[in-house]
Design a protein around this ligand. Structure first.
Ligand code: ADP
Length: 653
C-alpha cells in the first residue's frame, strides 16, 4: 500500500541535518534538548518517537512541525531548506503541510466543534469549508454533531475532533504528541486506529508516545535519550500494518480512501485570509464567552456613559448657564448719581417715565438712598438705611414682596412702608395680617408688605422701602435708575441711560452693566465644559486601562488556543486581528449600552435639576465609535502580546 507514497521517493518529506536545540533560561541550567540529530522521514511513514521523559521527544516533534527552530543544523521540507526561525514560510508550511494533535486536544472549548475543525481550513485560505468539515467529522464518527460544544464531549470524542481537523485540512504530515495520553484504553484504541487509517491513506504520521501499543502500531521507532537519537529501527514496512489493519477493520466506518491522490497535488498557495473570516471568527469567539464578554462590555459601557453624561450635562448645563445669564445678569443696568451733582438730573419721580423710553428697557424704577435712621418695632429698635422708590420696583429690582391678604394691590401711598424680611424678624414684628406699625425717625408707618427676596439688591432684605412722595425723605445721598432690559439689550441701554437721566452732565452718572455679557457667558460655559471634558477623558483612560488588564488576563487564559491557531498556520497578524476584532466588538456593544445608559443618566439629572435636557444627535454614532476606540485601545496590548505567543511554549499541555 505504501509503495507509491514514499519508498521510491529520492527526496524525503522531512530531513534534519545535525540539528541541535538548547534552552537557555535565567532560572535553570542550560538544557541541550536536541543534540546533533540527523534524520530522514519519507512520505507515508508511521513513526513513533519514544524515550524517557525529558529526553527531547516533544522538542523533536515540534522541530519537525516548524513550531521550534534549530540553534544549529538544517531542516528540509520536501528537500527545501526551511528558514531557521518563525516567519511567513514556517506559518505557510504549518497551514498547508502539517496537522497537529496534542494530548490536551486544544479545541475551541466553548464553541461548536465545527469551528475547531474549520479553523485549519480558514488559516489555509480555503473558502468553501462546510462540506469538508462535515465530511471529516463524519469520518471520525461524529456525523451530524457539528453544533455540539467541544467542552460537552468526552476526551476520546475531543481527540477525534482534532483528528477530523487533520482530515479536513488534508494535511499530509500528522504530528501527534501523546495523543492517547489523556484517554482510557478503549478510546486510545480508537484514536490509534484513526491515526493508522490516516497513514493508510497516505499521510505521514509521527507520534510521540509512551504507549507500547502506539509504538508497536508504528512501522518505525526513534528512541531519544538526553537529546540524542540513540536508536532508529528504520521503516519496517510490513509487520505493523497487520495489527493496524485489524484495528481499522474493527473500529472504523469505511471512508474515502482516495486522499492519497490529493496529496500529490501541489500545495495550493494560500489565498489572502479574508477579513470577513477573521471578523466572523472574532464574533463567534466573543459570543462563546458570555460572562467575560458581558463584564468587558460593562467596563466600556460605563466609560461611554460617563463621557456622554458629562458631555450631555455640560451642554445642558451650558444652556442653563446661558439662559440664567440671559434671564438675569446681563439684563441688569443701574445708573447712579450723587445728590451734589443732581443738577439737571432726573427726579426720582420722573426716572421710570424717562428711562422706559429707551429701547430695550423692560422694567424701570428709581431708588434713592438716605442717611441711616432709627426704626422701632414693638420691642426692638435698629438703625438702618432707608430708601424711597418710584416705578415698578418689584419688576425692575426683581423683588419678591408678600402683602397681607386683605390688601388690594401693590401700590404704596405715603405713610406705608415695605420692610425687608430680616429686619422684620429683628424687630419682632407681629404677623403681617394683623397690620403691624413701625416708627421711622419718629413717625409711624403702616407695614404694607415684607420683602422676602431681593437677589439684585440683597441688602434690601434688611432695610426699608418707602414710596417716593413720603414727606421728610427728599434729600437723598444718591439716586439710581434701576432698569431691567430685554435679553442682550443691556449694553445698548447702558450707553443711552446717562444722556437720558442727565443730558447736560452725563459724565456724573455712573452706569453699572455687564461689560460684555456674551464674553462672560462664553467664559463660564467654557469653564464648565473644560472641567467636564477633562472628567470624560479620565473616564476613558480608566476604561482603557481596565480593558487592557482584562484582555491581558483573557489572553493568558487562552494561550493554548492561540498556540493552536498558530500551529494551524495563523500568522502573527491574524492573531492580532482576531484579538483586535474581539475588542472592537466588545467596544461597539459596550458603546451602544453606554449610549442608552448615558442618555438615561442625563435625562434623570436634567429632570431632577429642572433643566432642559440638550442632546446633540451626533452623540449616538459618536458613542459607538468611542466604544470601538476604547475597545481597540484596550485590546491593543493584548493583541500584540497574543501575536508574540510562541506556539511551542503553549501546546505541550
Ligand atoms: P520529552 O518530550 O522527551 O519529555 P522535551 O522535549 O519536552 O522532552 O524536553 C527536553 C528538555 O528540554 C527537558 O529537559 C525540558 O525541561 C527542556 N525544555 C523543553 N522546553 C523548554 C523550554 N521552553 N524552556 C526550557 N527548557 C525546555
Amino acid at each position: 500500500m505504501k509503495s507509491g507514497s514514499g519508498e521510491a521517493s529520492s527526496t524525503p518529506a522531512l530531513e534534519l541535518r545535525h540539528v541541535s536545540r538548547r534552552y537557555v533560561s535565567a532560572y535553570a541550567p542550560e538544557v541541550l534538548a536536541l543534540d546533533s540529530v540527523s534524520l530522514r522521514i519519507e512520505q507515508g511513514e508511521f513513526v513513533a518517537i519514544v524515550g524517557p521523559s525529558g529526553g527531547g521527544k516533544s522538542t523533536l516533534l515540534n522541530m519537525l512541525g516548524l513550531l521550534e527552530f534549530p540553534d544549529e543544523g538544517e531542516y528540509l521540507l520536501d528537500g527545501f531548506l526551511m528558514p531557521g526561525r518563525e516567519g511567513e514560510a514556517a506559518a505557510r508550511a504549518r497551514s498547508t503541510a502539517f496537522a497537529f494533535i496534542f494530548q490536551a486536544f486544544h479545541l475551541l472549548q466553548s464553541r461548536p466543534i465545527r469551528d475547531s475543525v474549520e479553523l485549519g481550513l480558514i488559516y489555509r485560505g480555503v473558502a468553501d469549508r462546510a462540506a469538508a468539515v462535515s465530511g471529516a467529522l463524519g469520518r471520525v464518527g461524529l456525523a451530524g454533531r457539528e453544533e455540539e460544544r467541544a467542552s460537552h464531549l468526552s476526551g476520546g470524542q475531543q481527540q477525534r475532533v482534532a483528528i477530523a481537523r487533520a482530515i479536513a485540512s488534508n494535511a499530509r504530515i500528522i504530528l501527534a504528541d501523546e495523543p492517547t495520553g489523556n484517554l482510557d484504553s478503549e478510546n486510545a484504541r480508537v484514536i490509534l486506529a484513526e491515526l493508522q487509517r490516516l497513514n493508510d491513506d497516505g499521510s505521514t504520521v509521527i507520534v510521540v508516545t509512551h504507549s507500547a501499543d502506539v509504538a508497536a502500531a508504528a512501522n518505525r521507532q526513534l528512541r531519544i535519550v538526553d537529546g540524542r537519537l540513540v536508536s532508529d529501527t528504520g521503516w519496517q514496512k510490513h509487520a505493523a500494518n497487520q495489527v493496524a489493519g485489524s484495528v481499522i477493520a474493527l473500529e472504523m466506518p469505511s471512508g474515502d480512501r482516495d486522499v492519497k491522490a490529493m496529496h500529490r497535488l501541489p500545495a495550493p498557495t494560500p489565498p489572502k485570509l479574508g477579513v470577513r473570516d477573521i471578523f466572523r471568527d472574532a464574533w463567534r469567539s466573543v459570543l462563546s464567552r458570555p460572562a467575560q464578554t458581558t463584564a468587558l462590555c460593562v467596563a466600556v459601557a460605563i466609560a461611554v456613559a460617563l463621557t456622554l453624561t458629562t458631555l450631555g450635562i455640560s451642554t445642558s448645563a451650558g444652556a442653563q448657564v446661558s439662559s440664567a445669564f440671559d434671564a438675569q445678569l446681563n439684563r441688569e443696568v443701574t445708573a447712579t448719581w450723587n445728590s451734589d451733582s443732581e443738577l439737571f438730573a432726573a427726579d426720582l419721580d420722573d426716572i421710570p417715565a424717562q428711562t422706559s423710553q429707551i429701547a430695550g428697557v423692560d422694567a424701570a424704577a428709581g431708588i434713592a438712598d438716605f442717611d441711616p435712621v432709627s426704626v422701632v418695632g414693638i420691642a426692638q429698635a435698629r438703625v438702618i438705611q432707608p430708601h424711597t422708590y418710584s416705578g415698578d420696583i418689584e419688576a425692575a429690582a426683581r423683588l419678591t414682596v408678600r402683602y397681607p391678604s386683605w390688601r388690594g394691590g401693590s401700590h404704596l401711598v405715603p405713610g406705608e412702608v415695605l420692610i425687608g424680611i430680616q429686619l422684620a424678624q429683628l424687630l419682632e414684628l407681629s404677623s403681617l395680617e394683623s397690620g403691624p406699625v413701625v416708627t421711622i425717625d419718629g413717625g409711624d408707618y403702616q407695614v404694607a408688605g415684607i420683602i422676602e427676596q431681593s437677589p439684585r439688591y440683597p441688602l434690601l432684605q434688611g432695610e426699608i422701602l418707602l414710596p417716593a412722595e413720603t414727606p421728610g425723605f427728599d434729600d437723598p445721598k444718591t439716586t439710581s435708575a434701576v432698569l431691567l432690559t430685554a435679553a442682550g439689550a443691556a449694553p445698548q441701554v447702558a450707553r443711552q441711560v446717562q444722556i437720558v437721566v442727565n443730558p447736560y452732565l452725563p459724565e456724573t452718572v455712573r452706569v453699572q452693566a455687564p461689560t460684555d455679557a456674551e464674553e462672560l457667558r462664553g467664559t463660564v460655559e467654557q469653564g464648565v465644559r473644560t472641567a467636564l471634558i477633562a472628567f470624560s477623558l479620565l473616564a476613558i483612560v480608566v476604561a482603557v486601562a481596565a480593558l487592557t488588564n482584562a484582555m491581558l488576563l483573557a489572553i493568558t487564559a487562552r494561550r493554548g488556543e492561540i498556540g493552536m491557531r498558530k500551529a494551524l498556520g495563523a500568522r502573527s497578524r491574524h492573531v492580532a486581528w482576531l484579538i483586535a476584532g474581539e475588542s472592537a466588538y466588545i467596544g461597539a456593544v459596550g458603546g451602544m449600552a453606554g449610549l442608552a445608559l448615558g442618555v438615561a443618566t442625563v435625562l434623570i439629572i436634567t429632570i431632577t435639576q429642572q433643566w432642559t435636557p440638550v442632546f446633540d444627535l451626533r452623540l449616538g454614532p459618536l458613542a459607538v465609535v468611542a466604544g470601538i476606540v476604547i475597545g481597540v485601545l484596550g485590546g491593543a496590548t493584548a493583541a500584540v502580546r497574543a501575536a508574540r505567543i510562541r506556539p511551542a511554549d503553549t501546546l505541550r499541555q
